[in-house]
Design a binder for this molecule. Sequence first.
Ligand SMILES: CC(=O)N[C@H]1[C@@H](OP(=O)(O)OP(=O)(O)OC[C@H]2O[C@@H](n3ccc(=O)[nH]c3=O)[C@H](O)[C@@H]2O)O[C@H](CO)[C@@H](O)[C@@H]1O[C@H](C)C(=O)N[C@@H](C)C(=O)N[C@H](CCC(=O)N[C@@H](CCC[C@@H](N)C(=O)O)C(=O)O)C(=O)O
Ligand SMILES: Nc1ncnc2c1ncn2[C@@H]1O[C@H](COP(=O)(O)OP(=O)(O)OP(=O)(O)O)[C@@H](O)[C@H]1O
Ligand SMILES: C[C@@H](N)C(=O)N[C@H](C)C(=O)O
Length: 427
Amino acid sequence: MKIEKLHKLFLQSNGIATDTRILKSAQLFFALKGENFDGNKFVDQALEKGAGYVVLDDPEFLKNDKCILVSDVLETLQQLASYHRKYLGIPILAITGSNGKTTSKELINLVLSRKFNTVATAGNLNNHIGVPLSLLSMNSTTEFGIIEMGANHAKEIERLCGIAQPDYGYITNFGKAHLEGFGSIEGVVKAKSELYEYVKAQGKLLFLNADDPIQQNHVSYKNTFSFGTSGNADVVVEYKDNLQTAEVIQQDIVYKSTLTGSYNSRNIAAAICIGLYFKIPAEEIANAIACYNAQNNRSQIVKLGAITLLMDAYNANPTSMTAALESFHKYPAENKTVILGDMFELGETSAKEHQEIVNLVETMNFNRVFLVGSNFNNSKCQNEKMKKFENFSRLAEEVKKTNFGNSYILVKGSRGMALERILDVLE
Ligand SMILES: CC(=O)N[C@H]1[C@@H](OP(=O)(O)OP(=O)(O)OC[C@H]2O[C@@H](n3ccc(=O)[nH]c3=O)[C@H](O)[C@@H]2O)O[C@H](CO)[C@@H](O)[C@@H]1O[C@H](C)C(=O)N[C@@H](C)C(=O)N[C@H](CCC(=O)N[C@@H](CCC[C@@H](N)C(=O)O)C(=O)O)C(=O)O
Ligand SMILES: Nc1ncnc2c1ncn2[C@@H]1O[C@H](COP(=O)(O)OP(=O)(O)OP(=O)(O)O)[C@@H](O)[C@H]1O
Ligand SMILES: C[C@@H](N)C(=O)N[C@H](C)C(=O)O
């Protein structure tokens, strides 16, 4: 079936479904193959649950004229998304980077929604499946799209750009994340920069963090709009890194937030910059930013009696771990504890990166340091305030025995460590 025809069916449908467990009547079901299941096997179930049409790629499961056989379901989903994006013709801003994509996307969405009817990537749906689904969640009432793009190997961002065709691009930062797939920090820079290369090739606009030396490489491109602490930036900002919650000063206006972690001031500044570019009044931008409440254990402040948790356990890599530690080191509090879990997807550099974090923590004067996971457990530490645990249950035993008093606790680790479990132990 031609993509134009499939698009007509999509417009008449109740949207896209990829999972029969949550499929709604009149949706267009795409039978994707994944790590655990072959979606083709759920064609019957999709039809029974009232799917409008079913897109499949295994002829064995063809049932009736509601089944559309294609050569590759995922590719068809991507082609449909790309066609739909062209059909809508609305401006699209793409956001990538090693850290801060989701937080920046949420802040920018809140700001832009003061002026436009926006649709932004839901949660973290940022890959070869998530980006198409995000584009297909936009409709004729959408005035502005904000698309988060994630990657763990080269050429992924280029491919996602081909699908989303962004008019605007912003890279949050270049950090030591997913080194397993990118090979090195140089690999990260090259891969993330695929977004700026795409936008430049189209003659569209880049938003730049003018303080980032890597992003400065793009300043010779004339179509940019930047923020930064020096007078050369289009939007000049001031950061303070010793506050409980991140804030940014711009032209005498203080943009306050509920976000812990001074690194978030860069994410806030990006949202201010983009809001001002689209001529949203500064007070509206400030209100939008102040309204943002982080979810999902990202830069959240959680109070538990006398304990204040700085819950940043959604994910971790050497760059975000360093940023979180440096920020917490300057955090204005007396009694500070750090609970750190292993960082994943670091490939051959894993042992060295964990050791460097331990070395960094040793230069900081925290009252207690608990390290958990096999990587941290194998690291060498001199300081007796540091305790290492092989796994979460060992850590939990120690946490239960500890009287933290009036303590501030930073909790950070990779998703697979699920360190938010510490809440149940402390309660
Ligand atoms: C394909 C899919 O969407 N799978 C999701 C599904 O997984 P599950 O194990 O249940 O199924 P399978 O994938 O094996 O099944 C194939 C299909 O069969 C459907 N099905 C199954 C059973 C059934 O009874 N009925 C059915 O219809 C099923 O729905 C499948 O369509 O559920 C899981 C739990 O909710 C999801 O986790 C899983 O999602 C996969 C992983 C996915 O890629 N989802 C995207 C929409 C997405 O964007 N996910 C993001 C995470 C993105 C991410 O990790 N980003 C990285 C960088 C990108 C790296 C990239 N190279 C990559 O590898 O992804 C980052 O660092 O940010 C998210 O979920 O948050
Ligand atoms: N600008 C930044 N610089 C360095 N680290 C940051 C920055 N912004 C956020 N972080 C760190 O990254 C963590 C994850 O933030 P966020 O979820 O916004 O990033 P992300 O890039 O979307 O990650 P993921 O794709 O894994 O969700 C934060 O909790 C914080 O520790
Ligand atoms: C959750 C996944 N997208 C991710 O960011 N993984 C890193 C390695 C983590 O779990 O911290």
